[in-house]
Design a protein around this ligand. Structure first.
Ligand code: ZN
Length: 264
């Protein structure tokens, strides 16, 4: 009983600071799954034992305080860029000791080259992490800028409710604007990129994708200041289209990552 309560508290704690929350993560996973090549999907489903990507899109948030994952996956929910939005190896090393999502994705690309030689549980764990990390790249509260020393945890008000800008980006914005929507409905709404657009946004790998997200968000970085009261006109009107574009990019990049790794 006690152990159960501790576990529940841990889960709630970790989910309260989860990029995109359940709604965003499951939406991204759902769109990505729709864009997997049929043979790739079949290979992936072997490891997931038929579970869909959305079923474990929150995995990394649910184990954030649970050993041995706590140490193994540490830092993978965020990455950093310099003032010119470059996610160089040196800034990742110096600021985050290479504990970041981009480095993790670069390592997965290498370690999964011979995925058929790895045991099934190792490959499944990698799939669960990839599904989460690519989504986190695009959540504004999880993009760290060298010149902005905080992660948005100062108090603000969002439609009269006391909260933080970090939590608003994570969940309140997209969920608040889509009450009673399922992630499949949201995926239907957002899965609109043409083949040409998909090709454009999937160029490169993790570093390029994260830098692109950082550049998209950069002009808005200082728009929200501590103690502000955010509402429709001064926030939702620009923030929602921005968030949705990031969700779209994350979805197609995630599909691309899995289509590449499990191509044969
Ligand atoms: Zn996360």
């Amino acid at each position: 009983m006690r152990k159960g309560l501790v576990l529940l508290a841990t889960l709630m704690l970790s989910l309260s600071c989860a990029a995109w929350g359940r709604f965003g993560h499951t939406t991204i996973a759902e769109i990505a799954e729709r864009h997997l090549k049929p043979d790739v999907k079949e290979r992936i489903m072997h490891y997931t034992k038929g579970q869909h990507l959305a079923d474990f899109a929150l995995f990394m948030d649910s184990v954030v305080n649970i050993p041995p994952y706590k140490q193994a996956l540490k830092g993978w929910h965020a990455t950093i860029v310099d003032v010119k939005c470059r996610c160089t190896k040196s800034i990742r090393e110096s600021v985050r000791k290479s504990r970041d999502g981009v480095t993790a994705m670069e390592d997965f690309r290498k370690s999964l080259k011979n995925y058929k030689e790895l045991d099934d549980s190792t490959v499944f764990l990698a799939i669960k992490c990839i599904v989460h990390i690519v989504a986190d790249f695009h959540c504004p509260s999880h993009i760290r800028y060298e010149d902005k020393g905080n992660d948005g945890k100062e108090p603000i008000k969002y439609f009269k409710k006391k909260t933080t800008i970090h939590k608003v980006w994570d969940t309140a914005l997209i969920q608040g604007e889509h009450k009673k929507w399922t992630y499949k409905m949201y995926a239907d709404k957002l899965d609109t990129f043409s083949e040409k657009e998909i090709k454009r946004v999937t160029k490169g790998w993790a570093k390029e994708w994260f830098e692109d997200a950082a550049r998209d968000f950069r002009p808005y970085l200082y728009r929200v200041e501590p103690s502000m009261t955010l509402g429709r006109e001064n926030f939702v009107e620009w923030a929602l289209p921005l968030a949705e574009k990031q969700i779209q990019k994350a979805s197609y990049q995630l599909a691309y990552a899995l289509n590449t790794i499990f191509a044969k």
